[in-house]
Design a protein around this ligand. Structure first.
Ligand SMILES: [Zn+2]
Length: 269
């Protein structure tokens, strides 16, 4: 059973039917979906809204990114031991988390995301995941309580990963490579740019494995093309005129190109 900690005083949260409470009386309601909101008011961060979550769920459910999902689940199976605890930081609506959970029924799977909408959808996708609305910069888990941390396309929070991982724990990440979705950018921008890929070195971790996952996704409807564009970090920065170029596009083949890196933690901070 995953042990969540109070975001206020960091004491263990104990679960009742309707809430989670620490010994100091800080109390957090459990939603009808079984998720708990541990974001403190005033500290709330912008998470994906309902429209973005719906677009992403609809796109991912069609299987366009299943090659990546399969690779990530295979890595979870490779590094997990029976009974171990796996945290998915920025789990979204649990497309990847649910597949990992299904493949590892003997493990404890926890997902956190700042988007309440995404977390509630995640609860519908797979019942076996412990889900909380929380920030990756303030993870509601005790020190050294996790064996594996996944952080897929979420903001990097290295010191928190090191804190919650046991010494020698595993950190797995995926990130877009230079030409990821270049065709989508070509369709929108006059001067499409390539992604910048950060160096693989991460303080506090040793890189033990890295690979690439490249495949083509053949989008066959305007709804899917729009949904994919909604998922990109540059969507909000795009002018209405550029965005409108997608309106009449019904077919597009895009290159999906991801880097995947696996690290072992060297020590705790
Ligand atoms: Zn407390």
């Amino acid at each position: 059973m995953a042990v969540l900690i109070c975001p206020v005083c960091k004491k263990t949260l104990l679960k009742s039917d309707i809430s989670m409470k620490c010994e100091n009386g800080h109390c957090f309601d459990i939603s009808r979906k079984g998720t708990v909101n541990l974001l403190l008011s005033g500290k709330a961060r912008h998470g994906d809204d309902k429209r973005m979550v719906d677009a992403r769920k609809s796109f991912l459910d069609k299987g366009y990114y299943s090659p990546l999902r399969d690779r990530l689940t295979a890595l979870a199976v490779k590094y997990a031991e029976n009974g171990c605890t796996i945290l998915d930081c920025g789990c979204g609506e649990c497309y990847y988390t649910a597949d990992i959970s299904a493949a590892l029924p003997g493990c404890e799977i926890i997902g956190i995301d700042v988007s309440k909408e995404a977390v509630n959808r995640g609860a519908s996708r797979h019942a076996g995941i412990c889900l909380a609305v929380a920030s990756v910069f303030d993870i509601p888990l005790a020190d050294h309580s996790c064996d594996i941390v996944f952080a897929l396309f979420s903001p990097f929070s290295g010191s928190e990963y090191l804190r919650v991982l046991r010494p020698g724990g595993i950190y797995i990440t995926a990130f877009p490579l230079e030409n990821h979705l270049f065709e989508l950018k070509q369709a929108v921008y006059d001067k499409p740019y390539r992604n910048t890929v950060s160096p693989l070195e991460v303080e506090g971790f040793t890189l033990i494995e890295n690979s690439e996952c490249r495949f083509k996704a053949e989008l066959t409807s305007n709804a899917d093309i729009s949904a994919l564009f909604e998922m990109t970090p540059y969507c909000y920065k795009t002018s209405a005129a550029d965005r409108a170029k997608l309106d009449r596009l019904e077919k597009l083949t895009v290159s999906a190109e991801f880097g995947i890196a696996v690290y072992r933690s060297i020590t705790s901070l």
